[in-house]
Design a protein around this ligand. Structure first.
Ligand code: KIV
Length: 279
């Protein structure tokens, strides 16, 4: 169901025009999405990083439409103001245009998304155009595209030499021409990201792409210190909730073991007369 009070794509484009920074975070469930939305983040991405962060899998290639839709529906129930973007999982848009369009529409029709994101691959321009023609807004994703990386060693900064940087700029322009309303730039040198940003009318949303992008996206679990299996250099931790949560869980365990929990405040009582009748 389309939520009328959500930020629109027009407003996101307007932010770039006015030079206002755009904020974006991932969410995969109702409770965290509620907080992110309340905080006034412009866009929420149900990222396929769901695979690593929530499902404990090794690669983003391991999640499919079923998992993505399941989590996106939960996030959708929470989101009132942010623009909701669904990340199309590996295999859902690369095979053929018809399947890609059908899957993109599922993110909107079944899971309440306002847009989808897809990673660059040979043939993505045709797919992007077809999805947009079918009425679904598309965000591109270039630079490091995790779905194309087979192992952790492949997680490298992209566009570090003039040739590959030129390639990135060309891809960004092609995605803009194809109709994307924004592009995620992942792991790109800051000055290359600045060049891309300056040459586009649509916003660039950086992740490990420096300060000159029009906006920033990070994995919420990284900024909250909720995921420590690996942490890329660009992921700034604003609080370590893992540490606080572990302390709380240990206190709970200890209180159950030593009989301090549940106390009166967390228990229910029965009236004396009812207890007598019961006896
Ligand atoms: O899945 C993801 O987390 C992403 C990033 C760009 C945030 O695609």
């Amino acid at each position: 169901m389309e939520n009328q009070s959500r930020i629109t794509i027009k407003e996101i484009l307007e932010k770039k025009r006015k030079g206002e920074k755009i904020t974006m975070l991932t969410a995969y469930d109702y409770s965290l999405a509620t907080l992110i939305d309340k905080a006034g983040i412009d866009m929420i991405l149900v990222g396929d990083s769901l695979a690593n962060v929530v499902l404990g899998l090794e690669s983003t290639r391991e999640v499919g439409m079923a998992e993505m839709l399941h989590h996106t529906k939960a996030v959708n129930r929470a989101v009132k103001k942010a623009l909701l973007v669904g990340d199309m999982p590996f295999g859902s848009y690369q095979k053929d245009t018809k399947t890609a369009v059908a899957n993109a529409r599922r993110f909107v029709d079944e899971a309440g998304c306002n847009a989808v994101k897809l990673e660059w691959f040979d043939g993505c321009l045709e797919v992007t155009e077809a999805i947009i023609k079918a009425g679904v807004a598309v965000m591109g994703h270039i630079g490091l595209t995790p779905q194309a990386v087979e192992d952790k060693k492949g997680f490298k900064v992209q566009g570090k030499d003039a040739e590959s940087a030129k390639g990135l700029i060309a891809h960004a322009k092609e995605l803009e021409k194809a109709g994307c309303f924004g592009i995620v730039l992942e792991c790109v040198p800051d000055l290359v990201a600045q060049m891309v940003t300056k040459q586009l009318k649509i916003p660039t949303i950086g992740i490990g792409a420096g300060l000159f992008c029009d906006g920033q996206v990070l994995v919420a679990h990284d900024i909250l210190g909720l995921f420590d299996r690996f942490r890329p250099k660009f992921a700034k931790e604003y609080i370590n909730l893992n540490k606080l949560a572990l302390e709380a869980i240990i206190r709970y365990r200890d209180e159950v073991v030593n009989g301090a929990f549940p106390d009166e405040a967390h228990s229910f009582t029965i009236k004396k007369e009812e207890l007598e009748r019961l006896k």
